[in-house]
Design a protein. Structure first.
Lengths: 255, 357
């Protein structure tokens, strides 16, 4: 079931089509253009900001929102609001969101120790791409990666923007346990494992900072819409950050 | 301060409340009961708020001992429960006395039993919920299923002093076939008309590869317009994804928060409780509803649960099963512990055959 909105000329001078779709008896899926790019992701963020404004959840009986690359799934309480009504209200918010100026970039800096025990696949990935490990680290750490969405496992970030010069196939046989904080590359993606888990990504380094912390609310450090920048560090800085994390004095490097 | 000691945890018994709300955007799934109807009724029978944590026991319940008196109620699949060998009933308030062993065998009909306890459990919520999410190691006792030797502390006296039960006619009966209602979408445009017809007209078999995360179905492949892959988006309990081989998977309570396959339909809330009580080898057919009808049914379902107390009858129920059945059930549990999970469905089938004789 799909309800198409009329094409609408946004104030930014671009025509845009938004689909509003029924999800079972308690969901509304708002779909923007079907592609992965920073512009569409910005539209998702803008609507998210509108939804997160005080009182909106309550007024629209929203129980949960799940943003993705190009859509937001809104779960609501059908005892309080019907699909037709919430759809109209969300359409209003979409219009309001589009006239909003884009805020400044938020960059979350991730101190990362590359290679050695922390990044057992660094040399393989460098060799695969015909680069020195120094070049690989430089290329990997000079990009700001947009966090398109969180999902798959708690706190896992879907990042965009990996330089194709450092892409690499997955491991032939996945590892049973990849420690939390490991930084990996798979195909044309890079990412951080937020919790210990099995996985098949090539591991090139590790960060000492906890991406997931159940004592924090929200428990995740990285949020969709932020950018991630990897900052290469040496073993002694790794140890000192690890120490301050333990003491509870570590502050996230948000710039 | 009392304790519940786990002598035998069954197969994959977990603590579940209504689940974690509001964390899916961070990749943390909601969890919660597979059969919300049974879970809420169990709580209501012991006088708890309906959202209280309960034990969800799939396939075989196990054996437990309490060190203090505690009111309990069992709902969902009938595992022929007993206290110190004395049969007790389903869907009724029962006093579990200090020192008694509560035993639950293999599920006779349906596959998940809920045990509500009319006391305050001494466990801590994680991100606002007691629900165990095994894959993320969150909630419950240390994020995992119950183990033999585990102890669950509890406090407080049971609030209810009167015994209630639910009338036979209000107790759901579980079959081996069901017609499950759904709303098409949100990506039904990814399938051809013929593909949608295939989906809605055939009988599916639930595969062995089915658990709290999802139920894989087996049937004739569904024809697609292009491929099965979409740009990953959000999932909900009841989303039906279709993978590249044209076979659907229904996302269940422990589903991932996002997925990259087109979703042909979404099961309505009330019918998820029916699905939750079905297992491998059982048969499903689907029926598409209009979104308005689905929302009407949702409201009916919610109201009937909110007013379930009105349907309670005072007093205990009649005895639930014979001595002979109990011996059989004990023998089967023993057979299971020797031969493991793979034989479980065989055990269930043989149990059913023997009971019919």
């Amino acid at each position: 079931m799909s309800y198409k909105a009329l094409p609408w000329d946004g104030l930014r001078g671009e025509s845009m089509q938004v689909n509003y779709k029924v999800v079972g008896d308690r969901g509304l899926l708002v779909e923007f253009e079907n592609k992965i790019c920073p512009k569409i992701s910005g539209q998702v963020r803008a609507l998210m900001e509108r939804l997160e404004e005080g009182g909106t959840y309550k007024a629209l009986a929203i129980e949960e929102v799940i943003p993705s690359y190009r859509s937001i799934l809104i779960l609501y309480d059908p005892m309080q609001i019907s699909f037709d009504v919430i759809k109209l209200r969300i359409q209003d918010l979409v219009l309001k969101a589009m006239v909003q100026e884009e805020g400044p970039r938020k960059i979350l800096q991730i101190p990362t120790l590359y290679g050695g025990q922390m990044g057992p696949d660094l040399e393989y990935v460098a060799k695969y791409n015909g680069l020195s490990t120094k070049d690989l680290i430089e290329i990997h750490s000079k990009t700001d990666y947009l966090i398109y969405m969180l999902g798959f496992t708690p706190g896992f970030t879907y990042l965009g923007g990996l330089d194709p010069r450092i892409g690499s196939p997955r491991l032939e046989s996945p590892r049973l346990r990849i420690p939390a904080g490991s930084v990996g590359i798979a195909d044309l993606q890079t990412g951080i494992y937020p919790i210990d888990s099995p996985g098949g990504w090539q591991i090139i380094g590790r960060t000492p900072i906890p991406m997931m912390d159940l004592d924090r609310d929200p428990p995740v450090l990285a949020r969709a819409g932020m950018y991630i920048r990897f900052r290469p560090i040496q073993p002694d800085e790794y140890r000192s950050i690890e120490e301050s994390v333990k003491l509870g004095t570590y502050r996230a490097e948000l710039i | 301060m009392g304790k519940i000691r786990v002598n035998n945890p069954g197969i994959l018994t977990t603590i579940q409340d209504l689940g974690r709300k509001g964390y899916q955007q961070y990749g943390i799934g909601p969890g919660g009961p597979m059969d919300q109807f049974a879970m809420e009724v169990a709580n209501a029978l012991v006088g708890n708020p309906r959202s209280n944590p309960v034990l969800e026991m799939p396939l075989i319940g196990g054996s437990y001992l309490t060190t203090e008196d505690c009111l309990i109620a069992l709902t969902g699949a009938n595992m022929e429960p007993s206290l110190d060998g004395q049969a007790i009933g389903m869907y009724e308030t029962i006093l579990w006395k200090k020192g008694q062993v509560l035993f639950l065998g293999p599920a006779k009909d349906g596959i998940r039993t809920y045990l509500a306890l009319g006391v305050d459990l001494g466990i801590e919520p994680v991100l606002g919920s007691y629900s165990t999410h095994i894959r993320s190691r969150l909630g419950g006792l240390d994020g995992g299923p119950l183990k033999a030797g585990d102890q669950i502390a509890f406090r407080g006296e049971s609030k209810r002093k009167v015994c209630f039960h639910l009338a036979e006619k209000d107790i759901p009966s579980y079959g081996r076939e069901a017609r499950i209602r759904l709303v098409l979408g949100p990506q039904d445009e990814a399938f051809t008309e013929e593909g949608k017809e295939t989906f809605l007209s055939q009988t599916y078999t639930i595969s062995m590869d089915s658990d709290r995360m999802g139920y894989r179905l087996e049937g004739k492949p569904i024809a697609m317009v292009g491929g099965a892959d979409i740009i990953s988006d959000g999932l909900v309990f009841g989303s039906i994804q279709v993978s590249g081989n044209g076979q659907p998977t229904i996302m269940m309570a422990d589903h991932q928060t996002s997925g990259g396959y087109a979703k042909i339909a979404t099961v309505i809330r009330s019918d998820l409780s029916i699905l939750a009580q079905m297992g491998p080898g059982e048969k499903l057919e689907f029926e598409a509803l209009s979104p308005n009808t689905a929302q009407e049914l949702y409201r009916e379902w919610r109201l009937s649960l909110d007013q379930i107390e009105k349907k309670f009858l005072k007093g205990p129920r009649q005895k639930a099963f014979s001595e002979e059945d109990k011996d059989l059930s004990l023998a089967l549990v023993e057979a299971f512990s020797r031969s493991g999970l793979e034989s479980l469905y065989l055990i269930r089938d043989s149990l059913e055959v023997k009971l019919k004789k």
